[in-house]
Design a protein. Structure first.
Length: 94
């Protein structure tokens, strides 16, 4: 995780209808942890946070978040094939 310890973190209150927790079969703590993960995934996927910052939001190590993203078929690289081919062509000239 990032450099902030838990005492420095900001708490954000969230009001949730208890029926949501029942529907998901989650405790409030489990729901909060899962919500952080899905928020981090959404922010990353939409380009709002880097992979490292998204991992911080989720409370995951960056590599662990990469594994979650891979399971969801969410790319961890924004490179297009043309970018890779251009880089290879450049490296071949060296």
């Amino acid at each position: 995780m990032g450099t902030l310890d838990e005492a420095t973190m900001i708490q954000i209150p969230l009001h949730v209808d208890p029926s949501i927790l029942i529907s998901l079969n989650k405790s409030p703590n489990e729901f909060g942890e899962e919500l952080k993960l899905w928020a981090a995934i959404g922010f990353y996927e939409h380009g709002k946070l880097s992979l490292a910052k998204a991992a911080d939001v989720a409370g995951y190590h960056r590599l662990d978040l990469e594994k979650v993203l891979a399971k969801l078929n969410i790319p961890i690289s924004l490179l297009e094939l043309d970018d890779v081919m251009a880089d290879l062509a450049f490296l071949e000239k060296l």
